[in-house]
Design a protein around this ligand. Structure first.
Ligand code: FAD
Length: 676
């Protein structure tokens, strides 16, 4: 007979995946049994918001509170290690009128030093960057700094695949229908899906962990020989409305004050895919699944009211979808149930914070499992990383109702509606695609050769200062191939620049990014466009178009995965670190060597001390920053080009203006004296 598993985890929601990962990384031989054909497919793990919240949402002293505190220490590092798209957006809770101030004060007190009070409607408006919020009744707010917007499907998938990379087994489409305990457990399984549907099998395990989520009470009863369960699951339904990719300038999730008993209230937020979603509601619900056509008109009306008030959106023609989630709380809803009864561990009642707490819950469950199992040798775990978001987008096959992506050698079903909406929208862009990421100069060359095979000519394009550009043309189509060079030592982060160019291209319409390779990218060639001239920019037919293009760029918000410590900072002007970076790069021997190559430059360099006075340049930057940071300046932050030379403003035959080259575009101050 086969050696029993150390641990069998029942349920492949985000909690089961977190528990499995903890056990596998501890060197335990473990298996996860999920009755559906895909992980995270219930209305709990496949129907949540995607906010990694803070402990302040629940009562101190509870297991939930302790898990959320621990989660705050674990999550960001794990998201980074596994490539889980996320953004440290923080969140703002808004009170509309004095009647809501007491609830807001309570929320602020619960967060203590981790939250900032926003004492007026104008302060709330400035923090969320939502003009008119004060006029729509916002009176006060609280900015919670440590909330994180996270891709909700990638979390369980990363946990499960990391566990598998460390030896865990995933058994999908199999339901646990019975159990017997001798010296070890024997689990009775039935194949629920696929060609072998109905087939029976069994496996043995030393410890069982019930992670049955919305069905945790049924699983409890099954494992106890069909005796009544020790607790009852009482789901709470949450509806969402997807407003779709939008120009709405939401800097962070914006929510109402908490609803007390009924949860934390609905948010409007921007997902890591760039969609704006409003939700969730919180209502008791009798079932454990929600039929696809079950729409709550009341919930939707409430959500649209929230959106109207928070976002100032008056028309919802843009609704592009809806989804529903069910929170798997227990009947008394007071706390998580994480306990051990002999060789049987229960992890249940993980109601509205399981996405956040899953790693911490995994640690707790593992501690209970270890009480039963003999010690095992510690292992050196293997790492695991998901493909990047753009790779997931590129490999997505399906629509908003069903689809899959490629991860390694397999196709994995995408079970979260939010993820499907995001991947679909990105995919529906009509840009042609070349291989997204190739690794090395050789492969970059291969991309150019491949394009050449189809193309009739390659011409060097003049004008690029930190890259070489080539126009590769076929009869009726041209692309621009840009090979990076010489910019890294000026502090240009090419990955960030490329990804920013891609996202901004979607926002601006053109030029589109067609693909990336290791040291460059392929762009749409702006056929029929030319660089502007001084005459153009004083021509009344052209300059309003320039203003329009610049204003459109100012409204661009880089997607959350491009923001954060190693990306764009949307809370501070990027100009100052960029200038100081250039200054540091200039004050090196490389500059001396560079000027020596040109006799005229070398002469100027030796004769004009002012060119070498980097301290004086530094003082100018400091003074400019001090002047432009004064509170009375009242300058808002926008995404600005910062290199609007005539070469970077293209005009088409029809007079349309396009901006190119975003390598110097960070969040910047919009003010008459600090123009783009
Ligand atoms: C509207 C809403 C918004 C939310 N927002 C957030 C948020 O922003 N942040 C956050 O941290 N949390 C959030 N949550 C909470 C989070 O989604 C849940 O806590 C979490 O998904 C619970 O996961 P689970 O694994 O316990 O349950 P489930 O996802 O229900 O997983 C249980 C699994 O067990 C399987 N199963 C059941 N019986 C058997 C059996 N006999 N044999 C084999 N398999 C079985 C099921 O098929 C299911 O896949 C939200 C939840 C909802 C509903």
């Amino acid at each position: 007979m086969a050696e029993p598993y150390d641990v069998a985890v029942i349920g492949g929601g985000v909690v089961g995946c977190g528990v499995l990962r903890a056990c596998a990384l501890a060197g335990r031989r473990c298996v996860l049994i999920e009755r559906e054909a895909a992980l995270a497919s219930s209305h709990a793990s496949g129907g949540n918001t995607g906010i990694a919240c803070t402990a302040a949402d629940c009562e101190p002293g509870t297991v939930e509170h302790a898990c959320l505190k621990r989660a705050a220490e674990l999550n960001r590092d794990a998201y980074d290690a596994h490539n889980v798209p996320h953004a440290a957006t923080g969140a703002v809770y808004v009170a509309y009128g004095a009647a809501e101030h007491a609830a807001l004060d309570k929320l602020q007190a619960a967060h203590g030093a981790a939250a900032d009070a926003l004492g007026s409607g104008a302060a709330v408006e400035a923090r969320c960057r939502l003009p008119g919020l004060a006029a729509r009744g916002a009176t006060r707010g609280v900015h919670v700094r440590h909330e994180v917007t996270v891709e909700p499907w990638c979390v369980p998938i990363a946990w499960a695949l990391h566990a598998r990379a460390n030896g865990a087994e995933l058994r999908l489409g199999q339901e646990v229908v019975g159990a017997a305990l001798d010296d070890v457990w024997t689990l009775e399984l039935r194949q629920r899906r696929g060609a072998r549907a109905g087939a029976a099998s069994a496996l043995r395990a030393r410890v069982l962990v019930n992670c049955g989520g919305l069905w945790a009470d049924d699983v409890d009863s099954t494992l106890r020989g069909r005796r009544p369960p020790k607790f009852e699951v009482a789901p709470r339904r949450g509806d969402f409305v997807v407003l779709g990719a939008s120009d709405l300038f939401i800097a962070c999730p914006v929510g109402g004050v908490p609803l007390g008993e009924r949860g934390r209230g609905a948010y409007a937020w921007r997902t890591v895919h760039g969609d704006v979603i409003v939700g969730p509601t919180a209502e008791p619900y009798a079932g454990r699944t929600v039929p696809a056509d079950d729409r709550s008109a009341t919930a939707e009306a409430a959500l649209l009211r929230t959106a109207r008030r928070a976002l100032g959106v008056v028309s919802f023609a843009g609704i592009c979808g809806r989804y529903v989630g069910l929170r798997p709380g227990t009947k008394d809803q007071s706390d998580y149930v994480i306990r051990r009864d002999g060789a049987f561990v229960t992890v249940a009642g993980i109601r509205s914070t399981g996405l956040t707490a899953s790693l911490a819950i995994g640690e707790r469950a593992l501690a209970l499992v270890e009480e039963v199992l003999p010690l095992c040798a510690s292992v050196d775990p293997r790492g695991f990383a998901l493909p990047s978001l753009s790779e997931l987008r590129a490999s997505y096959e399906g629509d908003e109702r069903a689809g899959s992506v490629r991860i390694g050698d397999e196709r994995v079903s995408v079970t979260h509606p939010q993820t499907r909406f995001g991947l679909c929208r990105a995919q529906s862009a009509d840009a042609p695609r070349v291989p997204r990421r190739v690794d090395g100069a050789e492969a970059a060359l291969a991309v150019v050769r491949e394009l050449l095979n189809h193309g009739k000519s390659v011409k060097r394009v003049v004008g690029g200062r930190t890259s070489d550009m080539f126009r590769v043309s076929d009869e009726d189509v041209s692309v621009l191939v840009r090979v990076y060079g010489g910019g890294e030592d000026l502090g240009i982060d090419r990955d960030l620049e490329g990804a920013t160019f891609e996202a901004a291209g979607l926002h601006l319409g053109r030029p589109r990014c067609l693909g990336h390779f290791a040291n460059g990218r392929v762009e749409e060639f702006l056929e029929g466009h030319r660089n502007t001239t001084y005459e153009d920019v004083s021509d009344p037919a052209v300059y309003p178009q320039v203003a329009k293009a610049v204003a459109t760029l100012h409204a661009f918000i880089p997607p959350p995965e491009l923001c954060g410590p190693s990306g764009h900072d949307l809370d501070a002007p990027g100009l100052w670190p960029t200038l100081r970076g250039w200054l540091a790069a200039a004050a090196t021997d490389a500059t001396v060597a560079a000027v020596a190559r040109d006799a005229e430059d070398a002469k100027l360099w030796s004769e004009c001390a002012c060119f070498r006075d980097f301290a004086a340049f530094g003082a100018v930057v400091d003074a400019a920053e001090a002047r432009l940071s004064q509170a009375d300046l009242d300058a808002s932050l926008v995404f600005a080009h910062n290199d609007l030379t005539l070469d970077n403003v293209m005009v088409g035959a029809d007079g349309t203006v396009r901006l190119i080259d975003l390598e110097r575009a960070p969040a910047s101050l919009r003010h008459p004296i600090s123009h783009s």
